[in-house]
Write a protein that binds this ligand. Structure first.
Ligand code: ADP
Ligand code: MG
Length: 582
């Protein structure tokens, strides 16, 4: 009794139809999925000419008996789906019974398969027609060979890209599946050259090292959390290592590689404002949930999914990734911050803002400032060495009135006080504006400010946003406005300067172009930057402690809203190595 059946028309009509084979990598994907569904412990992929000349996928999975192998080549023949109910909870990667016949229709195709060691069947297909069936010897498993893809469809063949491009897609595909299935051995060879060699790995961390190298693997922060029955686990790249390319993100739902907007948004939300625009962190995300809660039957290549409660999924992923980023291991080491290793350079406008704000008279950031004229503690101060296990970090000293030197359990920390404070203010203020409860400080003497014509235009367009940000403003005839109050945290900044900076930012941003959310983010960033403690500003130990405590309460203590690093660590290990104590 064979396992494979041809689906009835009723069920066929419910399956998202479409083209499965669009390029060599799509063939590799379908064949590798079949091998995984067959329970393979080892999958070897060999390609020639970027997959254009030949693709061979060999596995040691359950294989097929002769009759099943013949049936597998018919349209809508599958062993993975029987009834309409099955469609609602698919646990295998395939289910449509379309891949093999679709691939065989556009190639010189050969499948060699055995359900028991030694008793195999070989079937040859030319452009969709079976041209030979033979008994062969083969160990249990299946080998599928696809030659001359699109040889009989010149119109499609024309669209194949150059071999290196097609090969790059194949490498990504195999890397993806290798990452998702660490317990399976994967090999990828191009014309005899091994591109991926991943022995069966103990866990995902080991598999990442096999596929992407130890160096990258060591920089990733693991996470694993569950909420509302949704498990979100994986590895998150640190913001400071983010790159201007998206292809370092791999997302899997129940082991299936997908591209999904809800998940992409959740990842972006977790990183929030730690990244400069256009930078993407490395991400390996596995979302696992009951198969009945996710519809995988949406897209012909099965790369899109639909969740029954996407907000639950979004929140679970966001929380899991955010937790990873506030984790100690997310703090970069000194060598990670050298120019060119990923940390983005400060933007020109940010540097200009800093120069401008330092040129004006310093203003007291009272919450952290020196109290009663106490000078910063020296390195010789006593009683500063012990780390309270409840704290993350304890200050030891302030260097050049600008950098806090601290220690935690892992080693020494150096913190840039300006960007650290900026991060703290940014998160608090953004939260207040989003909730609509910004603390407003009324001015003792309302200030009349004469705006330039273009400032007046921006103000008229964004008056609502400025009100939300905590500015009490009224038109005062002509281009003048009367300022009655400012956001309390920025009360020590000269109010007209604060307002003008924000108007300038609003003029550059134009909410019509970027959306209201991005405009707000930038205005909040600008205000936080202006109000934050500057460098060359002495702090008392209590102030430093408070700032560190506040910093580690933020969602993202490692990068400022402009994407600059805030902190780095020298581990005890690194220090001991430097002194040859190890
Ligand atoms: P689907 O994977 O959607 O069922 P396919 O056309 O990819 O459809 O494969 C058809 C059937 O052939 C599968 O359901 C499976 O029973 C069988 N099959 C395909 N590849 C393999 C393999 N590598 N090992 C064992 N069985 C396979
Ligand atoms: Mg399949």
């Amino acid at each position: 009794m064979g396992r494979i059946r041809v689906l009835d028309d009723h069920l066929v009509n419910r399956i998202a139809a479409g083209e499965v084979v669009e390029r060599p990598a799509a063939v590799v994907k379908e064949l590798v999925e079949n091998s995984l569904d067959a329970g393979a412990g080892s999958i070897e992929v060999r390609v020639e000419d970027g997959g254009r000349r030949r693709i061979i996928v060999a596995d040691d999975g359950e294989g097929m008996e002769r009759d099943d192998a013949l049936l597998a080549l018919e349209r809508h023949a599958t062993s993975k789906l029987r009834s309409f109910e099955d469609l609602a909870a698919i646990a295998t990667l395939g289910f449509r019974g379309e891949a093999l016949p679709s691939i065989a229709a556009v190639s010189r195709f050969l499948i060699r398969t055995a359900a028991r060691d030694g008793f195999g069947t070989e079937i040859e297909v030319r452009a969709g027609r079976i041209s030979g069936v033979r008994e062969v010897e083969r160990g249990r498993g299946t080998t599928t060979e696809v030659g001359g893809i699109f040889f009989n469809v010149p119109a499609r063949r024309k669209f194949l890209r150059a071999a290196p491009t097609e090969l790059a897609h194949i490498v990504r595909t195999v890397a993806h599946y290798a990452l998702a299935h660490p317990s399976v051995r994967f090999v990828l060879e191009h014309e005899g050259r091994r591109l991926i060699e991943a022995a069966k790995a103990a866990d995902r961390a080991e598999r990442i090292a096999q596929v992407h190298g130890r160096e990258l693997a060591a920089k990733l922060v693991p996470f694993d959390a569950e909420s509302s029955g949704i498990r979100a686990s994986g590895f998150a790249g640190r913001p400071v290592d983010a790159l201007a390319r998206r292809d370092v993100q791999h997302v899997f739902v129940n082991g299936r590689l997908v591209q999904d907007r809800v998940l992409a948004h959740a990842i972006a939300a977790a990183y929030g404002n730690t990244l400069a625009r256009g930078l993407y962190p490395a991400m390996l995300l596995f979302v696992d949930l009951d198969p009945s809660r996710v519809d995988v039957n949406v897209h012909p290549q099965k790369t899109e999914v639909r969740f029954d409660r996407s907000s639950d999924v979004h929140d679970a992923v966001r929380a899991a990734v955010a937790a990873a980023l506030s984790h100690e291991t997310a703090v970069p080491h000194l060598q990670d911050l050298r120019p060119g290793t990923g940390a983005p350079a400060p933007s020109a406008s940010f540097a200009a803002a800093l120069i401008r704000s330092e040129a004006v008279a310093e203003f007291p950031a009272r919450a952290y400032g020196p109290q009663g004229g106490a000078s910063a503690p020296s390195l010789l101060d006593e009683g500063s060495a012990a780390v309270d296990p409840g704290r993350r970090a304890v200050p030891l000293a302030q260097y050049k009135d600008s950098y806090i030197v601290a220690q935690d359990r892992e080693g020494l920390l150096i913190v840039d006080q300006h960007v650290a404070h900026e991060r703290v203010l940014f998160e608090r203020y953004l939260g207040e504006t989003e909730r609509g409860d910004v603390h407003v400080q009324r001015l003792l003497f309302p200030k009349t400010i004469e705006l330039s014509a273009d400032e007046a235009v921006v103000f008229a367009a964004e008056a609502g946003e400025f009100a939300r940000l905590g500015f009490l403003l009224e038109p005062f005839g002509g281009n003048a406005v009367k300022l009655d109050g400012v956001p309390a945290f920025a009360k020590d900044v000269a109010p007209d300067r604060l307002l003008r900076e924000l108007l300038g930012e609003a003029a550059r941003t134009r909410s019509a172009a970027t959306g209201a959310e991005e405009l707000r983010r930038r205005l909040v960033t600008s205000a936080s930057c202006q109000a934050a403690i500057k460098v060359n500003y002495p702090l008392a130990r209590e102030g430093m402690q408070r700032l560190l405590d506040d910093l580690f309460q933020t969602e993202n203590p490692t990068t400022c809203p402009h994407g600059r690093p805030i902190i780095f660590r020298l581990t005890l290990d690194e220090i001991e190595r430097a002194f040859r104590r190890r």
